[in-house]
Unconditional design. Structure first.
Length: 326
């Protein structure tokens, strides 16, 4: 039973842990000029991560997603995955990656205990993928996805940020891709962050446009599970794969929030677009601080707001998604 509940009756079985703010891509909507190191203290070490995950697991959290930046840039990622997977109570260890290193590193992650994979893939067209990400790496990404299926990972999902005028005409191609592949593609509305106002105004597309196209093509929305995440899932009897829609600007999007976030430097974030963080790192230096760590996590949940302020242009502390992993 989860002890992680807030004042609105929401429970939180799911933690997104950023391992680094660095990224080797230059996505136009996130880090168009590439990652710039700021010289601040290093990211959480393996022993700090172990104490953090043990505390959250003791409070009932059982799904851990490792994010970035780009988590595959951590040379100790295999060790991190193994450490997280061995924590009592953790049932699912997932990772979100840009996928370019999958062919080389996924087998090691799988052996270490990885159970689920999300790959950012904003286009099925090689030239567009290159234009959006700054790198011509779509062949490696597709090879990595095929490898994930061959290895038998429990879940393989692809994330595509909807970009008006850049990739919003690819739904038919995605449908064809999903006909014989048992993966889920999730279309994510572009979100306003501290650094991307002009880009957001040019390229934001309401996800309802895609929902309408899906329904017209014979796809139907699945009933939401009680513990479902933010995606509305659609399926079609002629396709092995499914399509999810993540629309943070939609009505009641935050009502079913089930996740918390910790940054690569150890700050607890109650909301992706919250305006404050809670420092956990000082309590990750010794096992003797476990009681204080548990207390800090549980008491701070009382500060979680009912929803974000994106509709009012309030992006909180998030300058770009690489800073906290989305």
């Amino acid at each position: 039973m989860s002890q992680l509940t807030d004042g609105f009756g929401r429970s939180f079985p799911y933690l997104r842990l950023s391992l680094t703010e660095a990224c080797n891509f230059r996505c136009s909507y996130c880090l168009p000029d590439g990652y710039q190191a700021d010289g601040r203290p290093r990211f959480l070490a393996v022993d700090e991560i172990a104490r953090l995950i043990r505390a959250f697991a003791m409070l009932g959290m059982h799904k851990i997603r490792l994010t970035g930046g780009e988590p595959s840039l951590r040379k100790d990622l295999d060790q991190i995955i193994a450490t997280v997977a061995q924590v009592p109570g953790v049932r699912k260890v997932a990772i979100t990656t840009n996928g370019c290193l999958l062919p080389r590193r996924l087998p090691g992650w799988h052996r270490a205990g990885l159970t689920a994979l999300n790959v950012s893939m904003d286009s099925l067209r090689r030239e567009r993928f290159h234009a959006i990400t700054g790198h011509d790496r779509l062949p490696e990404v597709l090879e990595g996805i095929a490898l994930a299926q061959a290895l038998g990972l429990q879940s393989v999902k692809l994330n595509a940020v909807l970009l008006r005028g850049l990739n919003d005409d690819e739904l038919p191609q995605w449908m064809a891709f999903l006909r014989d592949r048992p993966v889920s593609v999730r279309f994510i509305e572009l979100m306003r962050t501290g650094d991307n106002r002009d880009y957001f105004e040019r390229h934001h597309l309401c996800a309802d446009v895609i929902v309408g196209q899906l329904l017209a093509a014979g796809w139907s929305e699945r009933r939401r599970a009680a513990d479902a995440g933010p995606a509305r899932e659609f399926s079609h009897p002629d396709h092995r794969g499914s399509i999810g829609i993540i629309a943070p600007y939609s009505k009641d999007f935050c009502k079913g929030c089930n996740r918390l976030r910790v940054t690569a430097r150890g700050d607890l974030r109650l909301c992706l677009f919250g305006d404050f963080g809670i420092a956990l790192r000082p309590l990750l230096q010794s096992d003797e601080d476990q009681g204080a760590l548990l207390a800090r996590i549980t008491t701070q949940l009382g500060l979680k707001a009912a929803g974000h302020g994106l509709h009012f242009g309030q992006t909180g502390l998030t300058p770009h998604l690489a800073s906290i992993g989305g």
